[in-house]
Write a protein that binds this ligand. Structure first.
Ligand code: B4P
Length: 191
């Protein structure tokens, strides 16, 4: 079983690359951002709770996010492996994921961390705002906040996996195909 954590700042291309990795390695793709957005669209209680955090560019509280992720994993007992896209985003989430997967006698295989500079992130997100309809993409101040939250709360998660010798950093600047190739190499290098 292979379980990949796809990591990186907002707009690094996690969603874009997760689709390709999912297909290539026959994994189940779980994007916490997508799950929250579909709950917002469906008007569920979870969506109502998540919306104010997301629109402001803040993280949804750990307790809610962890519970949601675990029930998504539990709903797919036949999965051959997962790609966690946008999760974990805090050290508390990372620890919860470890103990949850351990209880299922599996573990995170590796974290693939996309590195992209701040200017490129802002350009990509503002461009996406033209078509995404996402409030968190449209306002440069909210984008700044998302990047700041990433640096303060999320970036330390990479160190958590580095200590476990599971961190692979991949240059996230270039064409989508080039980046996919770098990611496949990183996965296959692991053996
Ligand atoms: P996410 O949905 O995870 O979104 P993201 O950080 O915006 O984006 P991603 O990196 O996937 O970008 P994409 O591929 O689309 O999170 C949104 C919010 O949800 C968070 O702020 C938070 O509030 C909440 N949330 C989610 N998970 C949570 C958690 N675990 N805990 C708490 N809260 C959580 O790429 C961006 C753009 O770049 C696209 O337009 C794409 O076309 C373009 N692009 C991609 N690759 C490119 C390339 N190589 N070159 C040029 N452009 C490229």
């Amino acid at each position: 079983m292979i379980n990949l954590v796809l990591f990186g700042p907002p707009g690094a291309g996690k969603g874009t690359q997760a689709e390709r990795l999912t297909e290539k390695y026959n994994l189940v793709h779980l994007s916490t951002g997508d799950i929250f957005r579909s709950n917002i669209k469906g008007g569920t209680e979870l969506g109502k709770l998540a919306q104010s955090y997301m629109d402001a560019g803040n993280l949804v509280p750990d307790e809610v996010t962890i519970k949601m992720l675990e029930s998504e994993v539990d709903a797919r007992p036949d999965a051959g492996g997962f790609i966690f896209d946008g999760f974990p985003r805090t050290e508390t989430q990372a620890k919860a994921l470890d103990s949850f997967l351990n209880s299922k006698r599996t573990e995170v295989t590796m974290m693939l961390a996309l590195t992209v500079d701040d200017e490129e992130l802002k350009t990509r997100l503002l461009k996406r705002a033209e078509t995404s309809g996402r409030a968190d993409d449209a306002d440069p101040k909210i984008i700044e906040n998302r990047i700041a939250v990433y640096k303060k709360e999320t970036a330390p998660v990479a160190e958590y996996y580095r200590k476990q010798h599971k961190l692979k950093e991949v240059n996230g600047v270039g064409s989508v195909d080039e980046i996919s190739r770098r990611l496949y190499e990183a996965v296959e290098d692991h053996g």
